[in-house]
Design a protein around this ligand. Sequence first.
Ligand code: U5P
Length: 210
Amino acid sequence: MRIHVVDHPLVAHKLTTLRDKRTDSPTFRRLADELVTLLAYEATRDVRTEQVDIETPVTATTGVKLSHPRPLVVPILRAGLGMLDGMVRLLPTAEVGFLGMIRNEETLKAETYATRMPDDLSGRQVYVLDPMLATGGTLVAAIQELISRGADDVTAICLLAAPEGVEVMERELAGTPVTVVTASVDERLNENGYIVPGLGDAGDRMYGTA
Ligand code: U5P
């Protein structure tokens, strides 16, 4: 497992406003969307392409286009849904699958409640969207599901990560082709499994159910 923390002033600026508890839901959604596009730009650095021949108005030349099979983008419901538009803006031809995961707030274990994606992911590059890598339970379960379907290259895009979650991912997904791209690895998790300083419950901040 590799982790890539995107170090860019625009990423830091947008993240700071997302953290601010005074930021309302509409602003939170817009900023999360913009931040995802910036993270997606970094996360797709190794997206597979193939060479194509084209003609410009001046001459024949070669370029690249995205390879087949197309990348698969998988938002984890519900908060990952708020990251989908920002991602497909850069990858409009990607296929989209869905994974519904809920964290049992007593055990902090992730349970799957909905799955909608191709059964066979052999040879596919997959981008998983989940705003918060907290205990890591949700992402580990999601990525194990993708790998069991044959995915051979998984990139998770998270707005924020906790060091505890990164450690769990490294342990549980050792030796698997997984990269995590995030705007920050924060200080720690609190006793309720929230990232500190964090930004609160991402789903609640996005959809205004706080
Ligand atoms: N979560 C938050 N804020 C936090 C910590 C966790 O919203 O500070 C939610 C996210 O929605 C994410 C899930 O989907 O919990 C990840 O939890 P975990 O399985 O990594 O602990």
